[in-house]
Design a protein around this ligand. Sequence first.
Ligand code: MOS
Length: 744
Amino acid sequence: MGESSASIIGRPTPRVDGPLKTTGAAEYAADFHFEHMAYAVPVGALIASGRIRTIDASAAERMPGVLLVLHHGNVGELYRTVPGDDNATNSEVRSAFEDDIVRHWGQHVAAVVADTFEAATAAASAVKIEYEPAAPELRASLDDYAGKRKSVSKRGNPDSAFASAPVKIDATYVTPIETHNPIEMHASVATWAGDTVTLYETTQGVVNHRVVMAQVLGLPLENVRVITRFLGSGFGGKLFPWPHTAMAAVAARRLGRPVKLSLDRRMMFSSVGYRPRTEQHMKLGATAQGKLVALRHDYLNLTSQLDDFDEGCGEATPYLYSVPNLEITSALVRRNVGAPMYMRGPGAVPGLYALESAMNELADELKMDPLQLRLINDAETDESSNQPFSSRHLRECYETGAKKFGWERRMAGIGSMHRDDKILGWGLSGASWSAMRMPCTAAVEFCANGRLCVRCGTQDVGTGTYTIFAQVLHEKTGVPLDRIDVILGDSALPDGPMSGGSWVTGSVLNAIASGAENAIKKLQQLANSLEGSPYHEAGLEDISFSNGLIHGKDQSPSAGMHFADILALARLNGLSAEGKTQPTADDPKAKGVSLHSFGAQFVEVEWEPEIARMRVSRVVTVIDAGRIINPRAAANQIAGAVVMGVGMGLLEETIRDPRTGQPINGSMADYLMATCADAPQIDVTFLDYPDPAMGKYGARGVGEIGLAGVASAITAAVYHATGVRVRELPVRIENLLESKTLEA
Ligand code: MOS
């Protein structure tokens, strides 16, 4: 096939797990069925704050097929996670059934288990709960906050520099609650064998999930196994365990039967996290020539009663621009809501919406091209840490994007650009996301059946992880892709990272590559030491390996011996070796540099004033995310993120009833997300510069960066088309009705 000569790294490679998914053979958590399985359905609180006075389960318990009603009064011992351990990171597991306090609408207060899902669902509505309600704190806006603020990053004197700056922007930007909406619902299937539990889960981190559930269930770590073979996405909502896992496990143990618990989408809107509302006050000061002199970014974010969840809106602010005077502060505002959770590009995505919106406003104030403003303020080094960037090509992202988009044809006047009978608006924005390598281990095994496999306790959230791991093995060994098995999604495998933070690619590829090298070395040693092997005592330095064959250094590879034949000769079923990834945090080469991905987003909107219709028609996105392993899967990530950005800009918002805290648009029909019909024409370009600080392949990962900057480019384009400045997402028709272009 000649596949081994030209590198497969960087080649658009179709998903190795594609056929499994398209034929329905891929097993997702809720697909696991067991003999004698029972079904659990949670009961959510109908108040946002107060106490449970009584739970009367008698009617539910008498209903046909009902086996058990669990609640705080009978659940038995569940434990908290160890403080300071970074494992749980949301309060819900900690507080599952711990007491009679209700802290938010939809909090799981009981679970009904029955022979069938239908029986459990019917009985769940027959559980009578009397509450002692308290006045809930549900105010949507956070602007009443008057408490302390934490200084996140500071240099120079931003306040005096702002005061004396000739050109200023002083504005507040708001992002609403957004809810992760994976296609696959959160689910847990628990089966016990003695004191050992296996949990089939929807988790973005099997290793962490196991640690947390062992602590919560009070079991030794070795008695818990977590399996997630496939995920229908997560966006961060599945990073950490939620209480339904504990319910399924407790119910299964109590009944001595496997128990399946699958949330429905309504429950998803109130019990498994969301991106919290943010209110970000931006102050930019610049010279008349547009050079930044002051930058303040003071943000608030929503959190729950028990969590100290900091959205981290200042993630990208300290290093994106060169500015001598800067401060970022943060504060959390508690309401009666469930725990927030990281959502695709946490911190950076809402933070860049504010920062880049303010930059676009500054450009308008200066009557300067916003692209020009970016270029004159581009940072040469990370001025917050005084470190050089490991690899930063933001300027090239802008220049490449501008060319592809045709930015030079932009006419600055509001409503001045037309196509057919539509008004066009053009906007742009910078993008950035952090990069790091997490510690992990991968085991690579040559098998006697002629297959090659890699095992790692990470998982594929749907992004292409299976495929890029196979690509690396193919590149290292020449074994064809269809003879490579990638085994993921099981906490029994060697420790792997969460599918979060865009970490997996940059982290695990290093471990796989060194695992493959170590396995090849072992194979060569075997060939050398094995009696009867044609390479017996040939000397290690004279034994080569290519295309799956052991051969003499001076011999044509095709005359060599297949690894399967060597293993057969040695009467071995397999030969395995581990490889490890050194985390960037411990790597002297990575510790001294500022590690980030960058990008530029160019957006065109079409505005039809006659019918007040606003659509994103075209997006050009240029991404600098280090080496791209699989341009096909990677472009898919970026394009998907751009579509999500259209939702963030124009559609997405979780609205709560101010009396009860119930999400009133908590369904696929009512929560608006960008669909195919909303998707613009998307042009994705990767710069593809390997990042020397990221190790072997120089890849930084692409799961999140594509969403950064899209919303601020959209609002800039909306302003350009309509003259309406929207500082609170999403852009609504009501906002656009203020457009002067409607008067024509
Ligand atoms: Mo991502 S928010 O780390 O799943």
